[in-house]
Design a protein. Structure first.
Length: 641
């Protein structure tokens, strides 16, 4: 009864800590640091060594929260590996991943083994035990952070071969590290239980892997069934979390039963089982989007709880004595990343400049690495907490330094496009002829969507009002071809005229003859002359009929009209041209797109193509996409070269 009361009290107090953790993490994000660093920092402050809001005994009693979270993290890791997205770069990704994993594992494991005398909990251990711990440390230090890498790529508007290779290797290696950890944890368990290393051990290891694959597929089938249920998303999320937790319980039960009735333990790594399950769902079922939706919705809450508890469980007294060890291993890991990426890049035939700089893209660690460190703490309680504290300190250093270096390397390889929000600068630039309220309002709207805009006029009657809104107003004497070239019409993506019809036609005719790639948009006074403008390829808007049409749509489809007019918060509609060669010939159903966007139409060779999963993208396709601003940024990066 006392245990239940303790847990209830913990839940109540931890709820307040979790809210604080969320707020502190958002502040970390504002100063360009990862959210996870904020969660861990809050946990450390609220933990048993500072404010003592969370004590060690309670952390031990609620270890089931770790298992729930670890299952979720493994599901998230497996879901990131969507094979069809990496088929065009699979050779380079495979070679660099292998070289990087081997390099980091061998160098980091060797370093931990060699400095064992300086690590308090390892100093009195025999050599086999030191080797076991070194192998576990090496395996965990291989881990990366796909979520952090993707966030940085979005922030930097990065695109190019280097970026695609980094994200591909990062995703694959986070799956591979769980497999490496499963092997090393089995070896460590055998060493600490004094199991003989002979052919029977190898057979046991192979048998465990075979069983893991079979059971992983079974878990995938269970997830597929759960995700196909016609129930609210919250219930699906609860079932997914429960599935991951039951995998941990099953693994523990099988280990105890085998130890009781057999001469050896059967150790199935629960993280590996969960990862195989979600990998199966994403690649071999039609429930990929449902799983992504569940993981996306539950992720923020799970990460707040898990990483805040992880920070609270750090042994600060241990860390105070070995901080220099953590710092040394941090630099050893960076050296191993350089060796692995340089060697792999040379073998794969990547650019030498990329090979020398690639290590900076792989430093960041987060979910999987911390999850594995926490699992070691549970599986090996005699020394696991001290081990976990050192590893967590290294991961925090990687989290602080990694994003900064990744941003820097994206700039060095010239794949950052911070000034280019949704396409090339020429396509996202407009020149507006006119100076009334409509011209200034349109300028404000376009600039709010990151367009480069100039307003051209022969009059300066509203110059003060224009300046107050930040409008770049350029006065001209006439609308001749020379003037159009001087103001930059030859390089603009779009020309908009809000002038008397005769002046608008003059500008459109000159643009049609001299700037064939420029889009023309005209605000007309008279409907009868619209055909003349359409013959020049101009898009025409007649104010009187436009208002009636708009009112009609507000009556019949108010939500759609509000979205079109930009009245819906954080949502927009944009057109994107397909210029990424990796997508030519790719099926729409084979793309992993954000859940908060929808492709409305595809324009190809002047014709509208029906949107369906079996359509293949071609060079120059223009797709109209609706969704949140964040989702639209991600899609823009994916489709642009």
């Amino acid at each position: 009864m006392d245990d239940y009361l303790t847990i209830l009290f913990f839940v109540a107090s931890f709820g307040m800590v979790a809210l604080a953790s969320k707020q502190i993490a958002e502040y970390f994000s504002k100063i360009k640091l990862p959210l996870i660093s904020g969660f861990i920092f809050t946990g450390v402050i609220a933990g048993p060594y500072v404010l003592k809001l969370i004590n060690v005994e309670v952390i031990t009693q609620v270890h089931f929260v770790d298992e729930l979270s670890l299952g979720f993290i493994a599901f998230a890791a497996g879901s990131e590996l969507f094979l069809k997205e990496y088929k065009d770069h699979f050779r380079s990704i495979r070679i660099i991943t292998t070289s990087l994993a081997l390099g980091a594992f061998i160098i980091c494991s060797t370093a931990v083994y060699l400095i064992a005398d300086y690590i308090p909990f390892m100093s009195d251990m025999p050599n086999p035990s030191r080797l076991a711990i070194a192998l576990l440390a090496g395996a965990i230090l291989v881990a990366r952070s796909p979520a952090s890498a993707i966030a940085i790529i979005k922030e930097m508007r990065a695109k190019g071969r280097f970026t695609r290779t980094v994200i591909g290797v990062t995703v694959v290696i986070d799956v591979l590290v769980i497999m490496i950890f499963a092997i090393t944890s089995t070896i460590a368990d055998a060493i600490f239980t004094q199991l003989n290393f002979d052919y029977s051990f190898v057979l046991l290891l192979l048998g465990e892997f075979a069983i893991s694959i079979v059971l992983g597929v079974v878990i995938g089938k269970i997830l597929q069934g759960v995700l196909s249920l016609r129930v609210p998303d919250k219930i699906k999320t609860a079932f997914v979390l429960l599935t991951g937790y039951l995998v941990f319980l099953f693994s523990e039960y099988l280990r105890e039963i085998s130890d009781q009735y057999l001469s050896f333990e059967v150790l199935l790594e629960p993280l590996l089982l969960c990862m195989i399950g979600s990998f199966f769902v994403v690649n071999f079922t039609n429930r990929r989007n449902e799983l992504s939706k569940v993981l996306q919705q539950a992720g923020p809450t799970v990460y707040i709880i898990f990483f805040t508890l992880a920070g609270a469980s750090m042994e600060l007294d241990v860390l105070a004595g070995v901080w220099h060890i953590a710092l040394a291993l941090f630099f050893v890991r960076i050296f191993s990343l350089f060796v692995g990426t340089f060697t792999g890049g040379v073998i794969a035939g990547e650019r030498m400049r990329h090979n020398r700089l690639a290590w900076m893209g792989y430093i960041t660690q987060a979910g999987v690495g911390l999850g594995l460190a926490k699992e070691v703490a549970v599986e090996f309680p005699d020394w696991g907490r001290e081990f976990s504290s050192i590893i967590m300190a290294i991961i925090i250093l990687n989290q602080l330094v990694g994003p900064l270096l990744f941003k820097w390397v994206l700039v060095l390889v010239k794949e950052s496009h911070l000034r280019d929000k949704f396409g090339s600068e020429s396509k996202r630039s407009a020149i507006i002829f006119g100076q009334d309220a409509r011209a200034i309002t349109l300028d404000i709207q376009l600039r709010s969507h990151f367009w480069n805009v100039k307003v051209i006029s022969t009059e300066l009657r509203d110059s003060v009002r224009a300046a107050s809104h930040g409008t770049e107003l350029i006065p001209v004497d006439d609308f001749s071809l020379k003037t159009l070239k001087e103001v930059g019409c030859n390089s603009a993506g779009t020309i908009v005229t809000i002038l008397p019809d005769d002046d608008s036609y003059n500008i459109c005719e000159l643009a049609y003859e001299n700037f064939p790639k420029t889009k023309l948009v005209v605000d007309l006074d008279e409907r009868d002359i619209s055909r003349r403008f359409e013959e020049l390829g101009a898009l025409t808007v007649i104010e009187s009929t436009a208002i009636v049409s708009l009112l009609d749509h507000f009556v019949r489809s108010p939500a759609g009209s509000s979205l079109l007019l930009g009245m819906t918060s954080n949502k927009d509609i944009i057109d994107i041209e397909v210029t990424n060669p990796d997508l030519y010939g790719t099926l729409l159903s084979d793309l992993k797109l954000p859940l908060d966007i929808l492709i409305l139409s595809i324009q190809r060779a002047g014709e509208t193509v029906f949107v369906h999963g079996n359509i293949r993208f071609e060079k120059g396709d223009k797709i109209t996409v609706v969704g949140t601003n964040e989702g639209l940024k991600e899609v823009s990066l994916k489709f642009s070269s």
